[in-house]
Design a protein around this ligand. Structure first.
Ligand SMILES: *Cc1c(COP(=O)(O)O)cnc(C)c1O
Length: 440
């Protein structure tokens, strides 16, 4: 007998009483998926209608569980790329709502009644904050690097230190981005040491630009040296070339004193090169965006590149970025959540941990520990923090807490919750979720 004939019609499954409460698109998708899965794997005898329906129900349930949902970041990593990097402040979010849930003047000049520039408001604020000639915003910093190199160096050569040809987040590799932008890379120096004379020797008539890339997600120990952007800029200027600093992260204002040593401050660096770029959602603490600052004539060139249209940002991004920039300009740093979490002092963190510990039905031990900045920022630095450590098999506990959307970490074979990244407004939710568990 033909095996396929034993399967119930898809429509019979979709219309089955047991699936009545589910929306058509969702159940139709999983009915088809389950039937083809059974056709591929199973013999006729297990493909009864009941078995199929059971599997369809399971898939639909899993589908709802997979939905985008909030988690409690108890990992201690403030800028956690897998958990959405920087958290958007609620007040800042509400300020955007008014603009986003109505028509807006996004590309309309209210004074002249004519078409306006989509970027104007945000760019003005960027220029104020960073005291630079010109600014531009694109989708993310990867797009910024691509746009800068493609606009300023297409078909030409750029020079980069071998020590800075980094990979970030698994899919962004500097040498490959350079190539994809239509630019030839000349590597100089070695992985641990590059000197100014290495750059000097590599310059030829095709060279257009000297690139410096922040190492972001790793730190070198022992003998190493790199050339400061200021010196690269002098050399570039001397030889009629451009200098570009891919900062990746980079900080703006009011960052924890313990973290700023040797860390690039954007406002200072923008004076020390022709053009630079960084991510909107790393240390800057806003939304995903690539922020480009620098000389007016260069940024105008980027503006003329057709690519800009493809890399342009949505009104959602612009609205949030606009609010973050306002917060910076008004020195309202509490609204920059990543900064706030990085700046919180130990006594405040301890208070949150103690308050939680008291209300938990399970035993935990309060301990001192260290948390990381994360997000490809400051791999060599950590901050003092307080954790609650739980007794029991660490891996098992980790899974158990994760099933409640609480993401902790394992440290010295113990499962811990780091209170640097648990915000005050999450404490009650955290206590509730933990106390809901039957046992640990
Ligand atoms: C993070 C980073 C990027 C990529 O930025 P995204 O905003 O994630 O696209 C590029 N370069 C450096 C040096 C970085 O640290």
């Amino acid at each position: 007998m033909n095996k396929l004939k034993t399967f119930p019609q898809i429509n019979t499954l979709i219309n089955d009483e047991s699936l009545k409460s589910h929306p058509f698109y969702i159940k139709a998708f999983f009915c088809k998926k389950v039937v083809s899965k059974f056709k591929e794997n199973n013999t006729q005898n297990v493909s009864s209608k009941e078995n199929l329906l059971l599997e369809i129900q399971k898939e639909i349930k899993a589908f709802y569980q997979k939905d985008l949902q909030s988690v409690i970041n108890a990992s201690g990593v403030v800028i956690h790329t897998n958990l959405g990097r920087s958290v958007i402040d609620k007040e800042l979010y509400r300020a955007c709502e008014e603009v986003l849930c109505n028509y807006s003047n996004i590309e309309f000049n209210l004074q002249s009644g004519k078409r306006g520039s989509r970027y104007a408001l945000v760019l003005e604020k960027l220029k104020m904050l960073f005291e630079c000639e010109e600014a531009l915003v694109v989708n993310n910093n990867a797009a910024a690097v691509f746009l800068v190199l493609n606009s300023l160096c297409f078909d030409k050569e750029i020079i980069s230190s071998r020590g800075e040809l980094v990979e970030i987040g698994g899919s962004f590799r500097i040498p490959e981005v350079i190539k994809a932008a239509g630019v030839k890379l000349t590597e100089v120096g070695t992985s641990n040491k590059t000197h100014l004379k290495d750059y000097e020797k590599a310059i030829n008539e095709n060279t257009a630009l000297i690139l410096k890339t922040h190492k972001s997600n790793f730190a070198l120990m022992g003998f190493h040296s790199e050339v400061h952007i200021k010196d690269l800029h002098c050399l570039a200027k001397d030889r009629g070339l451009l200098s570009y600093y891919d900062l990746g992260s980079g900080w703006c204002e009011n960052l924890n004193k313990k973290l700023i040593k040797n860390e690039p401050k954007i406002k200072k660096l923008v004076q020390e090169c022709d053009i630079l770029s960084f991510s909107g959602d790393k240390l800057f603490g806003s939304v995903q965006a690539g922020i480009i600052l620098g000389k007016k004539e260069l940024i105008e060139k980027l503006g003329q590149n057709q690519l800009l249209r493809m890399l342009r940002v949505d009104k959602l991004t612009l609205a949030f970025l606009n609010e973050s920039l306002k917060a910076y300009l008004e020195k309202d740093y509490e609204k920059i959540t990543s900064l706030k979490l990085l700046n919180d002092d130990l006594s405040f963190i301890e208070e949150k941990a103690l308050k939680t510990q008291k209300e938990l039905k399970f035993q935990s031990e309060l301990k001192r520990s260290k948390s990381l900045v994360g997000g490809g920022s400051m791999p060599d630095k950590s901050l003092d923090t307080c954790v609650l450590a739980f007794k029991g098999a660490a891996l098992k506990l980790q899974d158990k807490f994760r099933s409640q959307n609480i993401i902790g970490r394992i440290e010295n074979d113990e499962f811990v919750l780091d209170f640097r990244t648990i915000r005050e407004e999450e404490i009650q939710k955290l206590i509730f979720k933990i106390n809901q568990m039957e046992n640990l």
